[in-house]
Design a protein around this ligand. Structure first.
Ligand code: 2M8
Length: 445
């Protein structure tokens, strides 16, 4: 098997490992060398999945760094800051330090972490010996911490038990400027220009500012941070005061999937009561996600909690039911849509991989971040989930196309879907990590 540029798998794997090693600052792997010089929560999970293929202890260290910054509430913060001062908004803006002394942001990201624990455990068992002992000890020792994270989400972020997680910033979704959030952001009116006199450090590290959110968007992002900080990052106070309050259907589907995965780990550890609790959570989130599916489009929808309006933007977020399952009819309709001409089967795509927004939609922009480009880690997440759900052919096609896309050895943050050009940051850690997993771990593994 060779990628589109003829790169042989061992060369691709070696390059990916080299990228991860280069981004390793000892305590953490930066999400990217210059654009993102810190640890991001959901990036760290994918990074650990990649690291597990080359070093189980190093993968565990990555997850331990994230856990070391866990808030007393159970929240895993979306950024754990390292020593670099080159990111804006940095620790001075967030003003959040944990009792353990970790400098963090004050919001969260999708809870994919149980998948990383599963992958690390499996890698340890495949290797045997010291790796097995270490991975099994790690899973047993940290199980309660992951459980606390899921419990926090279920209470603080789903206060009415609807099975739909609320977010208070687009950054929490991980899909920062996706058309999913356009309507909600349009209603956010910053009362202070918190960008004035501050430098957008992100723009220094991309070839073209159009690949990043606009200043107008950043003003709103900073305003929400300001509001949350003013509320002392208190869960109840934030919920009542912040100008952005959305349910995130994709994050909810991840919570369902990850709760099931954590329940399986709980079974293996003999934690039966907790496994039962997690399965009930998975069921709740699955029900929440399915309740949002549009009978017209077949896609799941986010909701503006304050107006009750459901949003119909055709983005990758709408495929949440592919992650959590639960209704065979919804699932097969989504599979047909996903592989059809509006999505992976679109005739103009360079690789048959899901764009972050449907080409042709008004909000689609082929070079702009979460408004169109394809994201390798997302391809991996769908590959892994669909394989687990028994959709082996589609999963293997995502893997093959995903690897072809990465044959340019750029390890881009995201890719232009029509041309295949790498965009955003080069040497993005989670991109390298998923390449390693695809290349080294047997698909059923
Ligand atoms: C992007 O988000 C950060 C803010 O959290 C940024 O633009 O500065 C998103 O793609 C997010 O999903 C990702 O975790 C982060 C680091 O890769 O970058």
């Amino acid at each position: 098997m060779a990628t589109h540029t003829g790169v042989a798998p061992p060369a691709l794997a070696a390059s990916a490992a080299y990228i991860l090693r280069g981004n390793d600052i000892g305590t953490l792997t930066t999400a990217a060398p210059r654009l993102y010089p810190h640890l991001w929560s959901w990036d760290a999970a994918f990074v650990a999945i990649g690291l597990a293929t080359v070093s189980v202890p190093r993968a565990i260290a990555e997850l331990r760094t994230l856990l070391g910054a866990q808030w007393t509430t159970g929240m895993l913060p979306h950024i754990v800051f390292g020593p670099d001062e080159g990111y804006f908004p940095g620790p001075d803006v967030w003003g959040a330090t944990t009792p353990s002394g970790a400098r963090t942001s004050g919001i969260c990201q999708p809870p994919v972490h149980a998948i990383a624990v599963r992958r690390v455990l499996d890698a340890g068992r495949r290797n045997g010996g010291a790796d097995r002992d270490l991975a099994e000890r790690f899973a047993a020792e940290t199980f309660d911490r992951w459980l606390a994270w899921h419990r926090w989400l279920a209470t603080a972020r789903d206060p009415r038990g609807r099975g739909l997680l609320e977010i208070y910033h687009g950054w929490e979704s991980g899909m920062d400027n996706s058309p999913r959030w356009d309507a909600a952001y349009a209603a956010v009116r910053p009362r202070e220009d918190l960008l004035r006199g501050r430098a957008r450090r992100d723009l220094e590290h991309v070839a073209d500012a159009r690949q990043r959110p606009t200043d107008e968007e950043y003003r709103r992002y900073l305003w929400l941070v300001h509001q949350m900080k003013e509320a002392g990052y208190d869960d109840d106070a934030v919920r009542e005061t912040v100008d952005f309050r959305m349910t995130d259907v994709f994050m909810s589907a991840i919570a369902a999937l990850a709760s099931d995965v954590l329940a399986e780990i709980g079974d293996e550890l003999g934690r039966r009561a907790e496994a039962t609790e997690l399965r009930a959570l998975a069921e709740r989130f699955r029900g929440g996600v399915l309740s949002t599916v549009s009978p017209d489009t077949g896609l799941a929808r986010d909701e503006d909690v304050r107006t009750g309006l459901r949003l119909d933007a055709p983005t990758i977020g709408g495929f949440a039911p592919l992650l959590c399952g639960g209704d065979p009819r919804v699932f097969s309709r989504q599979l047909a849509l996903f592989t059809g001409p509006e999505w992976c089967g679109h005739p103009d795509l360079r690789y048959a991989l899901p764009p972050s927004t449907a080409p042709g939609h008004a909000g689609f922009s082929s070079r702009t971040y979460w408004r169109g480009p394809q994201w390798p880690f997302m391809n991996w997440l769908l590959y892994w989930t669909l394989h687990r759900a028994g959709e082996v052919d589609l999963a293997m096609s995502l893997r093959a196309e995903g690897l072809r896309q990465l044959g340019d050895l750029a390890f881009g943050e995201y890719y232009e879907p029509m041309t295949g050009e790498a965009l955003g940051s080069a040497h993005q850690s989670w991109t390298a990590a998923v390449a390693l997993d695809w290349l080294i771990v047997p698909p059923a593994g």
